[in-house]
Write a protein that binds this ligand. Structure first.
Ligand SMILES: Nc1nc2c(ncn2[C@@H]2O[C@H](COP(=O)(O)OP(=O)(O)OP(=O)(O)O)[C@@H](O)[C@H]2O)c(=O)[nH]1
Ligand SMILES: [Mg+2]
Ligand SMILES: [Zn+2]
Length: 377
């Protein structure tokens, strides 16, 4: 998209607003710095459930010494001063800690002598190592992390807005390269005629044949909710997909008490209106997670992360050579290519072109692979 040309006056106004923002941020930081001086000694562990602007909401976990925490920090964690598990605490962030996202595990400290009306109760002082992080480019094309420590990516699709295989493939590449298990989900089954369902199932079968798990659901009629529940158990899952496909509705159907805001789909464009604007982490089985799960990363916890919908999901920051690892069936046959640097276009003895001829892979996925490679030129 061409960049909009700004008049000098517009540019001046933008600079002025940015300067004012910077000034406010600096003031805030100096206030925070004062608070940092008044931190209580005890270190607590927490998990980030949402992040807005300068503050984050974290959930305390029982204070436990985690072996993923640096030894010097772990030694200071006082096991006898545990907070209640799942207490929600609003925290500020030390400036030297990088972008923190939903699902991150952190170490935080309470602020001493807080006035009663103060919302910020603590300061995050360390970020625990991540097992993985899902990132996507923001509006300035910079990679921004979206969620961390994820086991599974639920790629939610629907009939309206329409299933977009190109987008699904890009999510699959991101998942495969980040070692996150992808699951495809076709939602809004209740809106489909028999004919429409058959057509969509056929399109989804391309992914089923590769070996990806596929779920069919309706957040409205509750169809398929049991299978979805089973798929989510004991894992941390992130719901991704276009705006309006029903990510928040699915989480609401599983957790009615969460009361998450749902949006609409525009009747003129058949696109969502970007209702969810920040990612948030929810727990699937609150009641069954009790005191015996001492560790933050308890394998019995089922966490769901709702993320804002996207129109596009570009892949930046990855090399062309990596893309093939995101197309697992293509990668398999690429081992048969005669040339090590085969581009799989028209080279002789190309494993992929041969697999295509034998209907072992689809033209759609091969074209999609080439489109991603071209986008990285
Ligand atoms: N008929 C039907 N409508 C659904 C279903 N799931 C969601 N919807 C509707 O689709 C619209 C969008 O749902 P949301 O849950 O807000 O979609 P989202 O994916 O969270 O969208 P963003 O937050 O914008 O990314 C709402 O009007 C929902 O009521 C479904 O299974 N069947
Ligand atoms: Mg939403
Ligand atoms: Zn080849």
């Amino acid at each position: 998209m061409a960049k909009r040309k700004l008049s000098r006056r517009q540019q001046w106004r933008i600079n002025k607003i940015q300067d004012e923002r910077l000034c406010r941020a600096n003031n805030k930081q100096s206030q925070l710095n004062k608070k940092f001086k008044q931190l209580k000694e005890t270190l607590y562990q927490g998990i980030v459930v949402s992040h807005f602007g300068a503050t984050l909401d974290i959930e305390s976990v029982e204070t436990a010494v985690s072996d993923t925490i640096a030894a010097d920090i772990a030694a200071d964690i006082a096991a006898d001063k545990a907070l209640d598990k799942r207490q929600l605490i609003r925290c500020a962030l030390r400036q030297n800690i990088d972008a923190i996202v939903c699902g991150d595990r952190v170490v935080w400290q309470q602020i001493d002598n807080l006035p009663e009306d103060e919302l910020v109760q603590g300061v995050i002082t360390a970020l625990e190592p991540r097992t993985n992080v899902l990132a996507r480019p923001d509006f300035t094309s910079q990679m921004k992390p979206v969620a961390a420590n994820i086991d599974q990516m639920l790629i939610v699709t629907s009939h309206v807005p329409e299933l977009n295989e190109g987008l699904v493939d890009r999510y699959l590449v991101a998942a495969e390269l980040s070692h996150i298990q992808p699951v495809l989900l076709l939602n809004k089954i209740d809106t489909l005629s028999t004919q429409q369902r058959e057509t969509l199932e056929q399109r989804i079968r391309v992914y089923q044949n590769i070996g990806y798990p596929v779920l069919y659901t309706s957040a409205k009629s509750q169809y398929g909710m049991e299978s979805l529940y089973k798929q989510l158990e004991t894992k941390t899952s992130v719901f991704v997909g276009q705006s309006g496909v029903g990510k928040s509705s699915l989480i609401n159907a599983l957790l009615p008490e969460a009361g998450i805001k749902e949006g609409e789909v525009s009747k003129t464009t058949n696109k969502g209106i970007h209702t969810t604007s920040i990612s948030r982490l929810y727990h699937l089985n609150n009641e069954s997670c009790s005191a015996d799960h001492k560790h933050l990363n308890s394998s019995n916890e089922s966490n769901l992360i709702d993320s804002p919908g996207v129109r596009e999901f570009g892949l930046w920051d990855i090399s062309k050579e990596d893309v093939i690892h995101g197309f697992i069936e293509l990668q398999h046959y690429s081992r048969n290519c005669y040339f090590r640097d085969c581009k799989h276009l028209n080279e002789p003895n190309c494993g992929l072109l041969q697999a295509l001829e034998e209907n072992k892979i689809t033209r759609q996925r091969l074209d999609s692979y080439h489109r991603i490679i071209d986008s990285l030129e």
